[in-house]
Design a binder for this molecule. Structure first.
Ligand SMILES: NC(=O)c1ccc[n+]([C@@H]2O[C@H](COP(=O)([O-])OP(=O)(O)OC[C@H]3O[C@@H](n4cnc5c(N)ncnc54)[C@H](OP(=O)(O)O)[C@@H]3O)[C@@H](O)[C@H]2O)c1
Length: 753
């Protein structure tokens, strides 16, 4: 190992590094341990859940970035924590514990890097986090060289040359931070106004009304919280843009720079402004990258064929810099502290000396995917699109058109009668929606970056590189002119980000379809819904089956006419409140004799009903019986209608018609109908009484109103679902069974027994 001046300058120094668990911080830590073993490193890391900061640091050293260090030092790197080479301080940026009093260098790399965080969170991490680091350093008594990792994009939306120096603006960072913090409080208050709450509840009721009041309340509160967060995200983006920055990220990073400048007159300060940091050119190994950053989602979406156009200009520059060049420049800067009160500024970028234009980037990436197409599970080898560079306005218009068509198609499919075809359409629409949402998100986030006509200059950084001692050039050089973009993109970067995807899909193979498994167990129950699940019938139809035989011919005709007239109102009610709908239908039993209804079921309609009973349902019931489970029918139908299937079940919960002393139905019910949340609460209550283990139990249902019942058990099974339930089942990976519409559907119960 040659001992150039960088090693010499940093030998024996104590370096505090924040953000070591992130991309740039990890690369810096690796170089400190690999190339500067005579430094002592202090890491500020926060615990995550039950994993302590020290455990996180140890896990880090087991990762791929540290492979060459393990090769050199042996597999167990824990020694670095025992021999004082690395010390871990557990702390969050908002609560930093006491720091050592003899820090020589601080590299503050931790930050909130998402472009659109809620504005208060952006300020909390990027501005207050920085001020807290500086305050903790001050309190420790250390007077180190403070290196602040910022971003080249603090330059904002300006056009043309961007100089390495103090930003030219007069924005008051203290006031902006205070107001950002107050905004959350104000939005929390606004979100609780009667008008807003009524809107959240109305929206939630439209979506979850059929399920029940608890689901509506939970959804309304979820909507309120999302509303607050979205308003804070919007405020961050718009406040940033209104002051000339691209988004909340660059705005808060710019505010942090000014805060550093104004609070560190007594310290040597270096401000580092990398552009878009991507995978390593050489160190720790070519292609090393941690997590997906800015360009990766776009490159992968292009490879998957999901990016038909892009809002960039072909001769515009995407300013990309490999992470090892950023690390090298940082270490070189760390070895040259400037005078206190005169911060040094370094823009670490490629655009000034070796610009990568969008047109070339596109060609190189496209050629790569033509030669090595991505393989999609259901589409085979993907053909990548041709970009025509229609400009951002046209791309925006195309996305808008897609969004409009998507919304219209979605309304139609959700309102259509359930069938396999409707569910397939819904699945296709969901896939398209996912792609459109991706396009919209990346269009909104990246459009200001891709169309920005920024020209970063890097004279100071280049001078720093040229001033390197000859021994430092090889291990610590950062001359961007050496980057061959074809080699970097086609041999290093794109293969590095595609490889984990390919490995993952090879490991995963085709995704298995979730299937129902009936396991023998004690204290286990299988709950079945009736209409739409066990039987292909519905409440109105069964009402007519039951009621018409009792009436004479003129009354029959009158009844059918009245039901037909009431139907639109009933169906509209059912969409909002299933309980009210059932009560409306059951009112019409007023005056009917209960004994007569039972006789009609037994003698006249059992055969019809059994033709509607699914043979698959009967088999499922039997499997549960054989497995020793208790089998229960829970239905909103009136009890007489359950008589044809009564022998299948150990227990039946149905709507009980109230009867007068003369045995006539009053049109009322003895207790509220068993629908939506009521089914789940009945099941929990009964499970408590009977000692059933719901986590091992099963529920079978067909409609979104049954979600609480399905969620109450460990093994939900969805049968011929409506569109809403089929979407939930797909997301939750619940088994979906098609019991109706197959030839077995017409097999009567006797045949199935
Ligand atoms: N990546 C780029 O393209 C790019 C470009 C220019 C500049 N930069 C700058 O480079 C720096 C590092 O970026 P990155 O890409 O490495 O980001 P990253 O991978 O997201 O890592 C962020 C790091 O900050 C830490 N952190 C965030 N909030 C924290 C908190 N409240 N308390 C303690 N630690 C916290 C994270 O710790 P956890 O692991 O605990 O979350 C993580 O270690 C940032 O300042 C960024 O602005 C990045």
């Amino acid at each position: 190992m040659t001992a150039g001046p960088i090693r010499g300058a940093l030998t024996g120094k104590r370096v505090l590094l924040t953000g070591a668990t992130g991309f740039v911080g990890e690369a810096l830590l690796e170089r400190l341990l690999f190339d500067l073993p005579d430094t002592r490193v202090v890491l500020l890391i926060r615990a995550r859940g039950d994993v302590s900061a020290l455990q996180r640091a140890k896990q880090l050293l087991e990762g791929p970035a540290f492979a060459r260090l393990r090769e050199r030092e042996g597999d167990d790197l824990d020694g670095v924590f025992d021999n004082g080479h690395v010390e871990v301080v557990e702390g969050d940026l908002d609560r930093i514990p006491p720091l050592p009093p003899d820090l020589d260098v601080v590299i503050h790399c931790a930050g909130e890097v998402s472009f659109d965080p809620p504005i208060d969170e952006g300020f909390a991490t990027n501005l207050h986090g920085t001020l807290n680091v500086l305050a903790a350093v001050e309190a420790s008594g250390s007077r180190p060289h403070y290196l602040h990792v910022s971003t080249a994009y603090v330059a904002g939306l300006q056009q043309g040359h961007v100089l390495e120096g103090r930003l030219d603006h007069a924005v008051d960072w203290r006031r902006e931070a205070d107001l950002a913090h107050q905004l959350r409080e104000r939005l929390e208050i606004d979100s609780r106004s009667g008008e807003q709450l009524a809107a959240f509840t109305a929206g939630a009721a439209a979506e979850h009304g059929v399920t029940g009041a608890t689901s509506v309340a939970a959804a309304a509160e979820r909507r309120r919280r999302e509303w607050v967060d979205k308003a804070l995200v919007d405020a961050g983006r718009e406040r940033g843009r209104s002051l000339g920055w691209t988004d909340c990220y660059t705005f808060t990073k710019a505010m942090a720079e000014r805060a550093v400048e104004q609070t560190t007159a007594h310290l040597p300060v270096t401000i580092l402004r990398p552009s878009i940091i991507e995978s390593a050119l050489k160190q720790p190994f070519p292609g090393w990258i941690e997590g997906f950053k800015m360009a990766e989602p776009i490159i992968l979406a292009f490879g998957r064929g999901d990016l038909p156009e892009f809002p960039a200009i072909p001769d515009g520059v995407l300013d990309v810099i490999p992470v090892d060049l950023v690390v090298n420049a940082t270490l070189a800067a760390a070895s040259r502290p400037p005078e206190p009160g005169s911060p040094a500024y370094f823009t670490i970028c490629s655009g000034a000396r070796n610009p990568l234009r969008f047109g070339l980037l596109y060609e190189l990436v496209r050629d790569y995917f033509v030669a090595h197409p991505m393989v999609q599970r259901d589409r085979g080898e993907v053909k990548v699109p041709h970009w025509n560079w229609p400009g951002s306005a046209r791309v925006d218009q195309l996305i808008r058109l897609g969004e409009r068509a998507q919304r219209a198609a979605d309304r139609v499919v959700t309102a259509m009668p359930r069938s396999s075809r409707t569910r397939d359409w819904a699945r296709t629409l969901d896939r398209q929606r996912g792609r459109l949402e991706f396009l919209r998100r990346y269009y909104d986030l990246y459009q200001p970056y891709t169309e920005a006509e920024l020209h970063f200059t890097d004279n100071a950084t280049h001078a720093l590189h040229r001033s390197l001692h000859p021994d430092d050039v090889e291990p610590f050089g950062f001359d961007v002119a050496v980057i061959d973009w074809r080699h970097y993109l086609q041999d290093v970067h794109v293969p590095a980000i595609v490889a984990p995807m390919t490995a993952m899909s090879a490991m995963r193979g085709p995704r298995p379809t979730p299937t129902r498994m009936v396991r023998p167990a004690e204290n286990t129950v299988a709950v079945f819904d009736m209409d739409g699940t066990l039987l292909s019938s519905n409440v109105v139809e069964s009402y007519l089956w039951l009621r018409l035989p009792e009436l004479g011919l003129p009354a029959k005709a009158r009844e059918v006419g009245e039901v037909a007239r009431a139907l639109p109102r009933w169906l509209a009610t059912e969409k909002k409140d299933r309980s009210a709908f059932l009560r409306m239908v059951y009112r019409r039993y007023e005056g009917a004799s209960l004994t007569e209804l039972e006789r009609i079921v037994d003698e006249e309609i059992t055969a019809t009903m059994l033709t509607r009973l699914s043979a698959a349902a009967v088999r499922a019931v039997r499997e549960h019986r054989d497995a020793g489970h208790r089998v229960v029918l829970v239905t909103g139908a009136v009890r007489p209608l359950t008589r044809p299937v009564a022998t299948l079940f150990d227990e039946i919960v149905a709507a009980e018609l109230a009867v007068s002393s003369e045995g006539r139905c009053t049109g009322l019910l003895q207790r509220p109908p068993m629908v939506g949340e009521a089914r789940a609460s009945w099941l929990r209550h009964r499970a408590q009484e009977a000692g059933w283990d719901l986590s091992a139990s099963y529920a079978y249902a067909d409609s979104a109103s049954d979600l609480p019942l399905l969620r109450a058990v460990g093994n939900p099974v969805v049968v011929d679902p409506d569109v809403v339930l089929s979407r939930v089942a797909r997301k939750e990976r619940w088994p979906v069974e098609l019991w109706h519409g197959s030839p077995a559907r017409h097999r009567p119960l006797e045949a199935a027994r």
